[in-house]
Design a protein. Structure first.
Length: 111
């Protein structure tokens, strides 16, 4: 979770909180392991996802059949960046979930 501090800053800017001062992901080995496990093992695509993925693959196959070698390389770079973006999005959503749960727990214990 190389960008954890960026995620905390982003969270703080959205929700006007101070999580950057109160949460340190560097010592949270279990949380990192859970994210990795959720990302790789627990997500099972649903029916709608599978339909969309099938459509995406059909379109991709059609496009690729018309590509020159240079276009193919650009397309592969495009997909690599798209995959990196998806990873960043998934990580942010996962960590936002943890942060929200933590903040709600603190707020619910206020006397």
């Amino acid at each position: 979770m190389e960008n954890a501090k960026d995620i905390l800053r982003h969270f703080d800017s959205i929700f006007d909180t101070d999580t950057l001062k109160n949460i340190d992901f560097s010592n949270m080995k279990l949380l990192k392991t859970l994210f990795s496990y959720f990302e790789e093992e627990l997500y099972t695509p649903g029916l709608e996802y599978e339909k969309l993925r099938t459509k995406q693959l059909r379109i991709s196959d059609k496009m690729e059949s018309t590509f020159t070698e240079e276009q193919q390389k650009l397309f592969e770079q495009y997909w690599e960046i798209t995959n990196q973006m998806s990873y960043e999005e998934e990580q942010q959503l996962f960590l936002f979930g943890y942060i929200i749960a933590t903040k709600l727990n603190v707020e619910s214990n206020v006397k």
